[in-house]
Design a protein around this ligand. Structure first.
Ligand SMILES: *Cc1c(COP(=O)(O)O)cnc(C)c1O
Length: 392
């Protein structure tokens, strides 16, 4: 339990760390030091002297520890949307005779949009097949090229069985990509054990890397030297500083780099990852389940108008809990006005993230008490709570 190590404003119960983690206290000094001592003093020599160029792979290894990936199989850079594109493009090249990308309606829209954009620029007759999460396993066949799923549904928290789906897909010759956006730092992941070819994820949610923190991509070690990168940027080149006119992919996972890494944002992430060094992810999962079970039990006892949108079985959900309510947007705004921060996902889902690094039982009880008060008095029913903002 590391609440003191995060900057959480007084009077706030933060249940949105699944969307944007809070600021780790040590990150402020770390960034100031990278800015002043490194950038300020070393100028361009920082790329060598301060080791900036290796940060994407060094930090990739730190993330690898949290997702069951061996050293040298994860690299940082760009946003998750870009990493989805890269993984899918390389995956499709591994199975040139197949044309169908299979995903589900629980996937985060950007993953689907990136697939649609890639398919249309490839212009080779590919298509995207979107099934409901329960129907994915049954839709697998030898016609499918790639299975691309997000393990934890961003709306409901429903958790896919990564090992079982991967096994079933691979038995049919399907290449598998997992998006771990809501898994990394939320629950134990055994990526290498699952045998999946690719995985991607972001670092500003449970990993607290800050708004716009770079994403990660994983490629199974035996494939890393064979895959063809679609975004053949100079930093994924075998010898970027040879300035050849011809692209040659870099060694292993290095080829999934694209351009210049965001050093200041990586400094935040590196500091944020210090907080994970002594964390046992199984232990964290046990605490996450305690918190979500308590929240569901309390909300159902006190707020009968809300209906559970998340799986009731804790082994079938991630580290968030969602409830349906027709006026969910207004209720969430009323909650936020009273310091309980969750978020809303259309059409009617109120979403609460439980991040056991800094969320405790008293937060759960405090949040439910305020929620009950808002529901009992209908204090959400005010025009200002129904005004939609850009980010919900
Ligand atoms: C949060 C999230 C994203 C966000 O993508 P960005 O490119 O980082 O904005 C993408 N996919 C999933 C599954 C997510 O949960």
């Amino acid at each position: 339990m590391k609440k003191q190590q995060f900057q959480l404003p007084d009077g706030v119960i933060y249940l949105d760390g699944n969307s944007l983690g809070p600021l780790p206290v040590i990150a402020t000094d770390r960034v100031a030091s990278v800015m002043c001592q490194e950038w300020g003093q070393m100028l361009i020599t920082g790329w060598n002297k301060a080791g900036w160029m290796n940060q994407p792979s060094k930090i990739g290894d730190r993330i690898g520890r949290l997702i069951g990936a061996p050293s040298g199989s994860v690299i940082m850079g760009d946003t998750l949307s870009i990493k989805v594109y890269q993984a899918l493009a390389s995956a499709l090249r591994m199975v040139p005779d197949r044309k169908v990308v299979l995903s589900d309606s629980g996937n985060f829209p950007t993953d689907l949009y990136m697939a649609q954009g890639l398919i249309s620029s490839l212009d080779q007759g590919h298509s995207l097949q979107i099934e409901s999460p329960e129907d994915v396993a049954g839709a697998l066949s030898e016609d499918i090229a790639v299975l691309m799923l997000t393990q934890v549904d961003y709306r409901t928290g429903r958790l896919h069985d990564m090992a079982a789906l991967t096994k079933r897909a691979q038995a049919l010759g399907v290449v598998v990509i997992w998006d771990l956006a809501h898994s990394a730092g939320a629950l134990p992941v055994d990526l290498a054990g699952s045998n999946a070819e690719f995985a991607v994820g972001c670092t500003y949610k449970y990993l607290n890397g800050g708004p716009g923190a770079p994403a990660f991509i994983y490629v199974r070690s035996d494939l890393a030297d064979q895959i063809e990168p679609a975004l053949s940027g100079w930093l994924g080149h075998q010898a970027p500083f040879a300035f050849d006119l011809e692209y040659r992919p870099g060694v292993g996972i290095e080829r999934m780099r694209v351009g210049t890494p965001p050093i200041l944002q990586l400094a935040v992430l590196d500091a944020a990852l210090d907080l994970w060094d002594d964390v046992d992810v199984n232990d964290l999962r046990a605490r996450s389940i305690n918190l979500t079970e308590l929240f569901i039990c309390e909300v159902e006892a006190r707020c009968p108008d809300l209906t559970l949108a998340s799986p009731r079985d804790p082994n079938k959900r991630g580290s968030q809990v969602s409830f349906h309510f027709s006026e969910g947007y207004a209720v969430m705004q009323a909650l936020i006005s009273r310091g309980v921060i969750g978020d809303f996902r259309a059409p009617d889902i109120m979403r609460f993230g439980f991040t056991p690094l800094y969320t405790e039982v008293s937060d759960v009880l405090g949040a439910v008490k305020i929620l009950q008060d808002i529901m009992d008095r209908k204090s959400w029913d005010r025009p200002e709570f129904k005004q939609k903002s850009t980010v919900t």
